[in-house]
Design a protein around this ligand. Structure first.
Ligand code: DAH
Length: 339
């Protein structure tokens, strides 16, 4: 028997659905698919016209079912085509090629050292204090018991703003600033720029950096100072480093010492860098002079303390084997990018 197609409202719905499905499958771009959608589902399409002419429920249901199936088929194909198109675009872009590398900034080697030093002090329970770079002569010299005749007070060694104001020559000023403001016990470190009228050379620049530590409490001795220095330099340069103290003189400490640390490069064996001594000179320290306590109104009978200071630029130079500390100031990116 000849298979007769189903004709609803004068439309061969089976043939229509078959044709539409074939056209949908053959569409190769979303634009093509849109045209096909208009042809089969648009306002003037055969199906829509038949639907508009529907008078009985059964015909309506049959035609609507065809419409729904076709709409679903169109939607599915549309998603497929869009995905294909995206995939093609990605191939054209070739996302496997490496992108343009953005250069990352980095911290200046001196800033890195400064932060490391701060971390060691924070680990010891010290507070990091900001002090000022423009100072009074009193904070920089007088309060620190510096004699009036000391050569470092001269205009040839120090940058003066006016007779009473200068650019601090050391971070020891921070000791006075803190002691003026608070009562003991005090455990602080202060870091920053200091200024001296030196001619730039491989070992000195007129502007450099120091760290200053101050501990004031009851019963503090030179042994506490040595223990703290030892801890500090082992944290900084590695276990097994040693600290050696030599007697010295500073007007703000009594007794005063200068301290050396096991040479960073040869670990104490002796090399050209440490002039074959195995030691590297680091800074000055001592037990706070009672005269300083009196200047800030502390009772020297009750309180005792130690203080020490050293140059950060020298630590950074040591750490990285930099032969000339002026390199830290030249901002040569070929140098700075190495850190
Ligand atoms: N202020 C000294 C300098 O710049 C370093 C120093 C020496 C700091 C002895 C101290 C100290 O706290 O006790 O050379």
């Amino acid at each position: 028997m000849e298979k007769r197609s189903v004709t609803v409202a004068a439309v061969d719905v089976e043939a229509l659905e078959r044709d539409a499905a074939a056209a949908v499958a053959a569409a190769s771009t979303p634009e093509e698919l849109d045209e096909i959608r208009i042809r089969y589902l648009g306002r003037r399409s055969e199906l829509k016209q038949a639907l508009r002419a529907v008078r009985d429920r059964e015909t309506g249901m049959t035609l609507n079912a065809v419409r729904e199936r076709l709409e679903a088929a169109f939607d599915t194909r549309e998603t497929e085509l869009e995905r294909d198109q995206l995939a093609k675009r990605d191939q054209a872009l070739d996302v496997t090629l490496p992108g343009t590398q953005l250069r990352r900034g980095r911290l200046h080697p001196l800033t890195q050292i400064r932060r490391e030093v701060e971390d060691i002090f924070l680990g010891l329970g010290y507070e990091i204090i900001d002090s000022r770079e423009v100072e009074t002569v009193w904070h920089n010299f007088d309060a620190l018991n510096q004699p009036l005749t000391h050569p470092s007070r001269s205009h040839r060694d120090t940058f003066y703003v006016d007779d009473d104001t200068l650019l601090r020559t050391h971070t020891s000023t921070g000791q006075i600033r803190v002691m003026e403001q608070r009562d003991p016990p005090i455990y602080i470190a202060t870091l920053g720029r200091v200024y001296r009228r030196d001619t730039p050379s491989p070992r000195s620049t007129p502007n450099f950096h120091q760290v200053e530590a101050l501990a004031v409490d009851r019963g503090i001795t030179l042994a506490d100072l040595k223990g703290t220095l030892m801890h500090f330099f082992r944290a900084m340069f590695g276990e097994g480093r040693d600290v050696r103290m030599r007697t010295s003189f500073f007007p703000f400490t009594e007794p005063s010492v200068e301290f050396d640390v096991t040479c960073f490069l040869c670990a104490g064996k002796g090399c050209a860098f440490c002039k074959h001594t195995g030691w590297f000179e680091m800074g000055g320290a001592g037990v706070v002079d009672p005269a300083v306590f009196e200047r800030v109104g502390y009772d020297p009978e009750e309180w005792s303390g130690f203080a020490w200071g050293l140059g950060l630029d020298r630590i950074a130079a040591q750490r990285h084997g930099i032969p000339d500390i002026r390199m830290f100031w030249e901002n040569d990116l070929r140098v700075l990018r190495q850190f």
